[in-house]
Design a protein around this ligand. Sequence first.
Ligand SMILES: [Fe+2]
Length: 188
Amino acid sequence: MGKVARQVVEQAGIDVNVLVDKLVRAAAAEFTTFYYYTILRVNSIGFDGEGLKEIIEDARIEDRNHYEALVPRIYELGGALPRDIRTFADMAACPDAYLPADPRDMKAMLNVLVEAERCAIRVYTDICNMTAGKDHRTYELSLAILNEEVEHESWFSEYLGEGPSGHFRRGAPGASPYVRRFMTADIG
Ligand SMILES: [Fe+2]
């Protein structure tokens, strides 16, 4: 762990154990959402589903990237991932993004997707609010993730007909324009 890195955050007035718990729960939500979005993307088929497939894939890969970017910060602050993946999944900060009972119902699928993104926006806004002006590294990382979650929500919201997102498309699937620079391992 980074001894001084943790110390300066504590000295700024943050309860680091609470922060680490939030980061682990956020990482668990990314990991489980990556899993569930795999199932949603696979089932996004036919006239209604095919157009949705690409943005589910973008959001799916970017959630994996969010997990990857969060993990080093958890350990730097003296935290750790749970030993058992079942414990980890149960800690997720957002609900399971289950495939709808009728997998051909793309409106139901979109509601699952948009609600998952809305949960993520609340999670990272909370971490940003907690760390702003106090833990610069966690703040900047959480803000980068928040930027991508906001974009994801706007894509699914646009698809639901709630209004234009203002976006076009990622250059490559899951490009992570904001989080990429926090990823120290090669993401290909
Ligand atoms: Fe995410």
